[in-house]
Design a protein. Sequence first.
Length: 580
Amino acid sequence: MTDETSTRQAVWRYAAATLAGAGCALVTGVPSDDPGLLDAAVTTPGMKAVPVRDQRVGACLATGHALVSGRPAVLTTSSGPSLPNALAGLLEASALRAPLVVVTTRIPAAGLDRGGFQQVDQRAVTSAVAKWHVVADDAERLGWALRHAVHRSVNGAPGVVVVELTDELLLEDPPPAVTATSPVRRLRSVPAPGELRSALDLMAGAAAPLILVGGGAKAAGAGPAVRRLAGVWGAAVFATAAGRGVVDEEHPAYCGLAGLYTTDPAGELLDGADVLLALGTRLEETVRMGWPALAGKRLIHVDVDPEAFDLGVRPEIPLAGDAALTADALADGLACRAPVGTRGQDPASWTDRIARVRGGLARFADSGSSGGSSGGADVAEALRAVRAHFGRDLVVVQENGLHDMWSYHYPLLSLSERARVVVPGEQTMMGFGVAASIGAALAEPLLPTVVLCGDGALTLSLNALPVAAEQGCGITFVVFENGGFGWPRFVRALSGADTGVTRFATEPSYDHVVRSLGGWATRCRDKRDLRPALEEAAEHAGAGRIALVAVPVSDTDVPPGVLRLYGDHGDHSAPPAVSG
Ligand SMILES: Cc1ncc(C[n+]2csc(CCOP(=O)(O)OP(=O)(O)O)c2C)c(N)n1
Ligand SMILES: [Mg+2]
C-alpha cells in the first residue's frame, strides 16, 4: 500500500470513529475507487457498514434505518454522478425529517472549474434537500465538521446534512485520536409556561377534544404522555400515516388516520371535534385532504420546528417543543384543572361517540371484499392475512401506489406501540419503501418487517433485493400486482384520458429475482391462497430469507379514502390536487 493510500485510510478511520462516537450507527454507499468511509466503518466498533449497488437505494436504506433506530445514519458518496444519484432518496429523507449525514468527496483542487474528471458542484446538487452543506478542507477541523453535522441532523427539524471532504484533506494526517465520543444529544424543550397556560385555557373549554399524532410524536416517544393526556382530556386520538403506533391502536380513544386515510365512520369525529391538538406533524396535504372541517377547528399545534406552523392551517396556539414533554406538561396542567365531566359541556356524549365509532371500525376490519373480482384475491383480504400471521408488533413499510393505500385504513392493520412504520413523506417517492425496508429491518431485527408495495415500486428498487439477501434480512414483500402504474392510470381514467403507457407489456420478473437470491416467492390468484401464503412467508422471513407474496388485484380495488375524495371512475373533470 502506498503512503498516500494509508494516509487516506487513516483519515477515513478517524471520520468513522468520529461519526460512531457522535451516535451514528450505520454507513451505507456504493464503494468508491479508493478505500473510504464504507471500508473504515467495517472495522469501527458500533458501526454497521452496508454496501449497496445504487446510491438512491443507499439514501432510502439509511433513511429507513434512521427512522426506526432513532439514530442518525450516514450515506457516503463521491464526486461525479454518485451524489446526484442519491438525490430522490435524500429528498424523501428531508420530507420525513430523517437525520442523515452525507459524507462525500470531491475532485483534487487542480481540476476544479477546469474540466476536472467528474467535477460536480455538489453544493448546488444538494441545495434542495440539505439543511447544511459544509466543505471540510482541514484535517484539524474534520472532527468538528462531522460532529456539528450530526448535531444539525438531529436537532431543530431533523434532516439531511452534507460534509464534503476536499481531496487535499485526505492527504493530511488526521488528529491522533477522536476526543469527543459521547453521542450528540437530541435537545428537547418545553414551551414557556405562559404559552402552556393559554393552551390549557383553550383545552379546558373543549367539548369535543381531539389529538392528532404525527411522526414527530413517534420519534419523541410520546406514547405514554399522549395516552395520559387523552385520558385527562377525554380526547379522541387520530394519527397521521407516520404517527401510527404512537399509541396502541387498540387504545379505546384511537380511531385511525386523519384526512385521506380516514376509515368510516371515524370521519364524524374529525368533523365534530372542536379543539384539535396536533403533536409532531406538519399537517401535510394528505392529512388535510378530505377534512374540510379542519379549517374551522381551534388548533393547538406542537412541533419541534416552528417552521411547521401555519403551512396549511393557522394554529390559534403554536407551541414550539418536544411532543412527549409538551404532551406531558399539558396532561399535568389539565389534571390540576376541573376534571372531565365538570366543564359545563357534556363530555360523556363525546366519549360515547368515540366508543360508537370504534364499534363501527371493528366491523370494517372484518367486512367483505375490497373490490377484487369474484373469488380473486383482493387487497383488504391480503391485509387481513398479514394481520393474522404477523400480528401487531411489526415493522410496516409502505410504498407509494394506488392499492397499498388500503393499508392506511385502520383497522385492516392494527399496530402496537412496539410497532414501527416507515411511510413515504410528502414527496411520496416511488421505490422508497422497498429500499428503506432494509435499513428498517437492520434497525429492528427482533420484529418482522413487511413491505406493502405495488409492482411498479418494486420494479423501480429491484436492485435493493440483493442487498437484503446479503444482509440476511428476512423481509416479506406483499406486492399488489396490477400490471403497471395504477395510480396514474386511476387519475387518468377519471378524466377519460388514455392509460396505455401505464401498463407494463412484460411479465413480472421480481419473483424470479427473489428465488435467484435464495428467497421464496408465490402468487395468490385465489383469495383462499392468501392466508397459507402469508403463513409460509412468515416462516421464510423468520429464517432470514426474502419472502414475496404477489397478489394480482383489479383496477377497481380502490381504497375507501381515495374513492371518497375522487369518486368512482366517474365524471371528475377537475380532481382535487394530490401529489402523485
Ligand atoms: C420516483 C417517482 N416517480 C413517479 C411518481 C408518480 N407515481 C406515483 S404512484 C405511481 C405508480 C405506482 O405504481 P405501483 O407501485 O405499481 O403502484 P399502483 O399505483 O399500481 O398500486 C407513480 C408513477 C412518484 N411518486 N415517484
Ligand atoms: Mg402497480
